[in-house]
Design a protein. Structure first.
Length: 114
């Protein structure tokens, strides 16, 4: 699986990864190895890894760096609040695309008149 590192702690060899399937986040905990062993994960890195489901957690294993700092600001973009105006604009676009959608109240009124 591919993913982007959202947060990492080099000292504790831990990371939180946003997965390509947009499912639950994956967690990486490095084995007790030397700091010189294995891959160094930094926020924004695009990685490929093996994923294992363990109880209610997705665990990343064998991470391999694909592109360093490919998405350096992804974590901040994901945590940024969406302005109400932007949210309304997105809803307006959705409604405009779905012009064949009729509200249930309109439908009920039409059926009641028939």
């Amino acid at each position: 699986m591919f993913g982007v590192v959202l947060w990492s702690d080099a000292k504790d060899r831990k990371a939180v990864i946003w997965c390509e399937d947009h499912g639950d986040l994956a967690y990486y905990v490095g084995a007790d190895q030397s700091a010189l062993d294995g891959v160094s994960l930094d926020a924004g890195d695009l990685i490929q890894f093996d994923m294992r489901q363990d109880a209610h957690l997705r665990l990343a294993r064998n991470p391999q760096l694909v592109v360093e700092q490919e998405y350096p600001d992804l974590a901040s973009k994901l945590s940024a609040p969406v302005a109400p105006r932007t949210r309304q604009r997105n809803m307006d676009r959705f409604v405009a695309k779905a012009s064949n959608v009729v509200s249930i109240d309109t439908f009920r009124g039409t059926v009641a008149m028939a």
